[in-house]
Ligand binder design. Structure first.
Ligand code: IMP
Ligand code: MG
Length: 185
């Protein structure tokens, strides 16, 4: 089992929650009640989306929730570059205001692919929101509408983000100490 003691905090639980409240306020100003869907990117986006959803409700919105899966990472830190999308919903997105919610935007490939895919379902609008943004890593032309924190080019875990499926449980965002990663050989 990977322990929290192997990690070094970068963004605290308190900072995360404070920032999500601000994001919810900003988002609430741009969406109307009744036809909003949070399209949560699995797996990394689920914890952020759960907190954001409740803050949006606190701001008077009533989003529905759907899940979309993107796989672009293997077991380590290196992206394969290819994004595979699968969606598990029979919901008609026609006329809906979609907010894609993910943990982090890195190369931008995942959100770009998601957005292009969702447009084929005829929503009225698509916006995107990530907790983290690594602007220096962008490889495709995509700008996220709402981002919690800009971070440098470092690999982070916690609050839904994983390294080889570990560390998602951490309540904060942190880095994994190099000698403690225990990556498969
Ligand atoms: P993109 O398609 O390159 O923008 O990558 C987005 C996906 O890569 C995210 O949804 C994460 O799953 C993963 N990812 C990118 N950077 C990190 C990181 O620092 N820690 C954990 N996962 C990451
Ligand atoms: Mg992801």
């Amino acid at each position: 089992m990977k322990e929290a003691s192997n990690t070094k905090p970068l963004i605290s639980e308190l900072e995360i929650h404070h920032r999500i409240s601000q994001l919810a306020k900003e988002i609430a100003g741009n969406f109307s009640v009744g036809n909003m869907v949070l399209m949560v990117v699995l797996k990394g986006g689920f914890i952020f989306a759960a907190d954001l959803l409740r803050r949006l409700h606190g701001r008077g919105l009533d989003p529905a929730v759907e899940f979309i899966r993107a796989s672009s990472y293997g077991e380590g830190e290196k992206s394969t570059g290819k994004v595979e999308i699968s969606i598990d919903t029979s919901r008609d997105l026609k006329g809906m205001q979609v907010l894609i919610v993910d943990d982090i935007i890195d190369s931008g490939r995942t959100l770009k692919a998601m957005s292009e895919y969702i447009w084929t379902k005829s929503p009225v609008s698509i916006q995107s929101c990530t907790l983290l943004d690594k602007p220096s890593r962008r490889e495709v032309d995509f700008s996220v509408d709402y981002a919690g924190f800009e971070i440098p080019d470092i690999f982070v875990v916690g609050y839904g983000l994983d390294l080889g499926q570990n560390f998602r449980f951490l309540p904060f965002i942190g880095t994994v100490e190099a000698d403690k990663q225990n990556k498969p050989k």
